[in-house]
Design a binder for this molecule. Structure first.
Ligand code: 5GP
Ligand code: ZN
Length: 143
């Protein structure tokens, strides 16, 4: 399942070069072309799936396993003090390449960066009743 218009499918197919750091039958990882820090790595399924919701659970689990191992490898390789590991899942969340991918962004003491909590603007003021309602709705959505 490859999408001709997709940059990451073209990377998987070898039509666009990448600095590959890991590859197996299901997943691939390569350095981000515009790194936010040294070692910034992207981990993707080889099959084209746009979002996490679109990605079959077994593929997502495999990609997460690779992400987990690579998070350690990347941090050791660049001597990082930590990392932000995240998916921009959907256009509203800032996803620009519509082929699901996890970011490993190494972090360093005093690098001037901010935590994942900085990604939204003003925080909502939610009542206990509203929080209970949201939790209940999420619970009821599960398979
Ligand atoms: P998004 O905003 O979709 O979560 O992130 C897409 C990421 O892909 C960006 O960090 C961007 O720098 C990276 N990127 C876009 N095009 C290419 C490419 O052709 N090669 C590589 N290695 N990274 C890319
Ligand atoms: Zn793709």
């Amino acid at each position: 399942m490859s999408n001709d218009d997709c940059i990451f499918c073209q990377i998987v197919d070898g039509d666009i070069p990448s600095r590959t750091v890991f590859e197996d039958d299901t997943a691939k990882a390569f350095l981000d072309a515009n790194p936010l820090s040294p070692g910034h790595t992207l981990v993707i399924p080889k099959e084209h799936h746009e979002t996490l919701e679109d990605t079959p659970e077994d593929v997502a689990a495999h990609v997460f396993g690779a992400l987990h191992r690579l998070n350690t490898a990347v941090q050791h390789a660049v001597d990082a003090d930590g990392a932000n590991v995240a998916f921009n899942d959907g256009e509203a969340a800032g996803q620009e390449v519509p082929h699901v991918h996890g970011h490993i962004i190494p972090r360093f003491e005093d690098d001037g960066g901010r935590p994942i909590h900085a990604i939204v603007g003003e925080r909502p003021d939610l009542s206990d009743a509203k929080l209970d309602e949201i939790a209940e709705k999420i619970h009821n959505q599960r398979d």
